[in-house]
Ligand binder design. Structure first.
Ligand code: HXC
Length: 260
């Protein structure tokens, strides 16, 4: 079995580490296949409540698509193979019912930032640098990056990043809404896991329904999205977990959710 992506369990949290340090964890087709397989396994495992992504080594999260590999893919059919795989894997991550968190431990460039854009919550080491430098290679972001970033940060900021291809530091990434928080590098995994644990103890059923409402609602007209939310919230009120959460509050105790 490939070691291009490592899976580690920390209680209810699965940590997936992209492990190609010689290329700063660049993504080629075999690595994307390993990521897909590792992700599918933890997605299907009911004991996993939260999925964390990070990069091997202390320099890089993901330095993007593997440039040498992409350069060998002359001809549309070869390029399409790469593009289809990366799109499928990132979309699978984006539409997952379980919360996902990126612990960005260094470079997140090109496909690395595009992977981050597919992950729910992003914590950046203070040494991390992110960006969409594809333009410098005569390319533009093609792993969902153009479309996801314009839905997540102001359009002028997205264009500023994509036009010049410059890297930005972690604090700037947070200030434009591309990431959630900056963490001292030596505390990145501890702080990410502490947050992940606070999510993992919530109801997986309610988190699933909330994630679906957010994902679908972003693509719906407001009136329809509000109706969708109302219908799903009514469903939520009917769950055992809603009863448990409200009862625990009234009884001044910690709730114990079962996902039912
Ligand atoms: C392949 C890569 C790579 C990449 C780094 N390496 N990034 N190999 N693909 N994306 C390799 C280098 O060739 C080098 O190999 C080794 O990793 C270490 O990299 P250095 O450049 O020596 O490190 P450093 O000087 O610290 O610079 C780090 C860096 C730089 C700033 C991250 O490596 C860099 O700019 N990388 C490219 C980033 C990029 O442009 N990403 C976007 C790719 S396009 P050797 O063998 O020399 O030691 C993309 C599109 C995807 O992502 C979607 C398309 C559909």
């Amino acid at each position: 079995m490939s070691d291009a992506v490592l899976t580690e369990r920390r209680g209810a949290i699965a940590v997936l580490t992209i492990n190609r340090p010689k290329t700063l964890n660049a993504l080629d087709v075999p690595t994307l296949g390993a990521l897909d397989a590792a992700f599918a396994a933890v997605e299907a495992d009911p004991s996993v409540r939260v999925i964390v992504f990070t990069g091997a080594g202390d320099k890089s999260f993901v330095a993007g698509g593997d440039i040498a590999d992409m350069n060998k893919r002359q001809g549309l059919a070869h390029y399409v193979e790469f593009a289809e795989v990366i799109h499928r894997v990132f979309r699978r991550i984006e539409t997952c019912d379980k919360p996902t968190i990126a612990a960005v431990n260094g470079w997140a460039l090109g496909g690395g930032t595009e992977l981050m854009l597919s992950i729910d919550v992003r914590f950046l080491a203070d040494t991390a640098r992110v960006g969409l430098p594809e333009i410098k290679l005569g390319l533009f972001p093609g792993a969902g990056g153009t479309q996801r970033i314009l839905r997540q940060v102001p359009l002028c900021r997205a264009k500023e990043l994509m036009f010049a291809g410059e890297h930005i530091d972690a604090a700037t990434a947070v200030s434009i809404g591309l990431a959630n928080r900056v963490v001292p590098k030596d505390k990145l995994m501890a702080e990410t896991l502490a947050y992940a644990e606070s999510v993992a103890e919530k109801s997986p059923l309610i988190l699933k329904l909330m994630k679906r409402v957010l994902l679908a609602g972003a693509e719906m007209p407001l009136a329809a999205a509000l109706q969708h939310e109302q219908a799903m919230a009514s469903l939520v009120f009917d769950t055992k977990d809603a009863h448990e959460g409200c009862t625990a509050f009234v009884e001044k105790r910690k709730a114990s959710f079962t996902g039912t």
